[in-house]
Design a protein around this ligand. Structure first.
Ligand code: FAD
Length: 321
């Protein structure tokens, strides 16, 4: 039986959904694996640890230290390395998030081992787990297998569904003391630029605005539609460059990569760099007044029309549902 560590991630005391997806990924790699959650933070971690167990982990190791209150790669790598040292796992999995992208290469390099990043699915070839990962901005997929030794893997949020929550599950929660020290980075404050609400990279529904939205005020109807659908608002770089919204909303090659169930592209032409961030969404709806716009080539449903007429109508219709 293999042992797989899942490094959890919390935001404002709440575990991010990708933590549960990483547990499901571990089970997909090896259904018989012992899955051990790892949670680091500055507060009591027992509640979140129980959640990780409810979603399929067998047990959880927590590392609480005041220097782990906010994420720093120095602090978290000390904590996680200490747990890896104790547990000697066969693999370490975490979300392909800003933190996952920062932490896992550092740990893999330190331990002189491999990293498979940004996996969107896991299949099997005999008894070997095969990691599927998009390459060339999502135009092709590559399959990777682990030949030997400890390997790190990150999974793209919103692709591998979490297991059903089962609050009858039980598992041991162990607190590990780690002498976190020599942190050169001090996080004094966290200033959120993105709007509060649903996190863009984990949203099931995204309403993304482009230059066709025409102004910061033009984004307001998109927020109203997002509220009705329980979704998040994103943007093209065109809209960000025009200062209609913050760059934290940018989706694409140089922005966030998203795979929601529903992506509504509003006044976005569909440049290749934008498609790189959203073309793997499950259902794509494009609204554009130009019937020749490239976005229609990747859309499942297209509405040729003026967004300022179409969006309020959609919002009214969805309110009736
Ligand atoms: P436009 O191309 O100007 O399209 C606006 C669309 O709105 C048009 O199709 C128009 O028909 C439609 N429209 C206008 N008014 C209305 C209306 N009233 N009703 C309906 N439709 C309307 N772009 C990204 O998005 N993400 C990235 O990560 C990214 N990375 C890049 C990296 C590099 C190295 C480079 C060179 C470019 C990158 N870009 C990126 C920029 C990209 O090439 C495009 O310039 C950008 O995506 C265009 O944004 P847009 O579709 O909003 O604007």
């Amino acid at each position: 039986m293999s042992k797989l560590l899942v490094i959890g991630e919390a935001r404002d005391g709440e575990l991010r959904n990708v933590t549960f997806e990483a547990v499901a990924a571990a089970k997909k790699i090896d259904t018989d694996a012992e899955v051990v959650g790892v949670l680091c933070g500055g507060d009591d971690l027992n509640g979140p640890a129980q959640e990780v167990i409810y979603y399929g982990a067998d047990r959880v190791v927590t590392v609480k230290h005041n220097l782990l209150e906010a994420y720093t790669s120095e602090g978290y790598s000390q904590a996680v390395l200490a747990v890896i040292d104790d547990e000697a796992p066969d693999g370490v999995i975490m979300g392909h998030t800003a933190i996952g992208k920062d932490l896992t290469p550092k740990l893999a390099a330190k331990l002189e081992t491999g990293l498979i990043s940004d996996a969107t699915d896991i299949e099997h070839d005999g008894d070997k787990a095969v990691f599927i990962r998009p390459i060339y901005s999502g135009k092709a997929f590559e399959k990777k297998v682990i030949s030997s030794g400890l390997t790190f893997a990150t999974i793209r949020p919103n692709n591998i569904p979490a297991l059903d929550r089962d609050d009858s599950r039980t598992g041991e929660v162990t607190a590990k003391d780690v002498d976190v020290k020599d942190i050169h980075t001090v996080i004094k404050d966290v200033i959120r630029k993105a709007s509060e609400g649903v996190d863009l990279s984990e949203a099931n529904v995204i309403i993304a605005g482009g230059r066709g939205v025409k102004s910061a005020d033009g984004f307001k109807p998109l927020y109203e539609l997002a509220d009705v659908l329980g979704g998040a608002v994103g943007a093209s770089r065109g809209a960000c460059d025009a200062e209609y919204c913050d760059y934290s909303l940018q989706i694409g090659q140089t922005g966030k990569v998203v795979t929601p169930d529903l992506y509504i592209a509003v006044g976005i032409s569909g440049a290749i760099q934008h498609l790189a961030g959203m073309s793997n969404s499950k259902v794509i709806v494009a609204i554009n007044k130009d019937p020749e716009a490239n976005i229609f080539n990747v859309a499942d449903y297209g509405i040729v029309g003026d967004i300022f007429e179409v969006i309020p109508k959609l919002t009214e219709e969805f309110k009736q549902v």
